[in-house]
Design a protein around this ligand. Structure first.
Ligand code: SF4
Length: 336
């Protein structure tokens, strides 16, 4: 389901652009579609008003809560069922954040990721992406949306941009609070600057070594770390928001002193924030999480070298975190 399909359905009922905007605003902000107690301020053509009882269940059915898995870190993983019965994950983050999925599965195939193991199953429509926000708003306020759940947003670019456009307008989320996360794709650097709503950008770097990056992210577009940072810097300067670089710290793989020096070489003087995220070990994958002390030492080294760095927990790690693990576990349980 796409937002444009919804717009067309409203138009077919006689809605004008102002009615469309009102309906989409009400949906995205989880307000009554008919204007609730103030219908006079929410005038809708009669045919549209009469159709609302059949539209509402369709919108509600785009994303429903299958299960919730709260963690002690304030994050809560949601297993979300789509209208066709497939499931994706969203994560409620502390301070009004929400992490949403953009694809069912993922074709990038990062060797350390559960989602990447099954490849791409299908794209999420733009309305299914927004519906995850609407569902979360039923549970609590959402002021920030990060596109870091299952999937590679660059591989579903049109739908993700359509969702960002709605969330950043009728959805009332500040543009800097919409965070497009990607392994890096030339199409993203071409498309984002041309959008009406320009999200903040997070780039998954993971290593400063181009050859190792090809091994860790086997089907990511072939951009070297230097090319990624160069393109990111242009976007950061154009939007005036720093690029958030993501680095999943994997013990013995990308946490050597040489890698930390590589970060300094790449990011010194750049408009950037480095997020170091110790890996969340996954059953069946042979990668380990470094100790917190070792990770903290890396963060201190980067700070001293003038790189703005945050050492972060992977949200929801004590509730089987790591993208795709809830869904994978659910499928394992169902298959047993
Ligand atoms: Fe895809 Fe992200 Fe997993 Fe890589 S880490 S396979 S980009 S979902």
């Amino acid at each position: 389901m796409h937002i444009d399909t919804l717009r067309q359905q409203f138009r077919d009922l006689g809605a004008k652009p102002c009615h469309e905007a009102r309906l989409l605003r009400a949906w995205a902000q989880r307000l009554p579609l008919d204007g609730g107690p103030r219908p006079a301020e929410h005038f809708l053509p009669l045919a549209v008003r009469n159709a609302l009882p059949s539209i509402t269940p369709v919108l509600d059915g785009l994303a429903t809560l299958k299960s919730e898995h709260p963690g002690e870190d304030g994050a809560s993983r949601l297993l979300v069922e789509l209208a066709d019965g497939q499931t994706v994950e969203s994560v409620l983050l502390p301070r009004g954040g929400l992490c949403v999925s953009t694809q069912l599965g993922c074709a990038v195939g990062c060797v350390f990721c559960m989602t990447g193991r099954d490849g791409l199953i299908r794209q999420l429509g733009s309305a299914e992406i927004v519906a995850q926000v609407v569902l979360a708003r039923r549970m609590r306020a959402v002021k920030k949306v990060v596109f870091m759940g299952m999937g590679e947003p660059a591989h579903n670019l049109e739908n993700v941009l359509e969702a960002i456009d709605l969330l950043g307008s009728e959805g009332a989320i500040g543009h800097k609070n919409l965070v497009f996360s990607t392994v890096g794709d030339p199409r993203v650097f071409d498309a984002l600057p041309r959008q009406r709503i320009k999200p903040a950008l997070a780039l998954s770097l993971h290593t400063a070594d181009a050859a190792l990056r090809e091994k860790l992210l086997p089907r990511a577009p072939r951009m070297t770390p230097e090319e990624l940072v160069e393109a990111g810097e242009i976007y950061a300067r154009a939007t005036d928001y720093p690029i958030q670089y993501q680095w999943t710290l994997i013990d013995g793989v990308n946490d050597s002193p040489a890698e930390m020096e590589g970060i300094v070489r790449l990011l010194k003087g750049k408009f950037a924030l480095m997020n170091l995220i110790p890996y969340n070990a996954i059953d069946g994958l042979d990668f380990r999480r470094p100790s917190w002390e070792k990770a903290a030492e890396h963060a201190r080294f980067l700070h001293r070298a003038g790189i703005l760095t945050k050492l972060r927990h992977s949200a929801g790690q004590e509730v089987d975190g790591g993208c795709g693990q809830l869904r994978a576990r659910q499928i394992t349980v169902v298959r047993r």
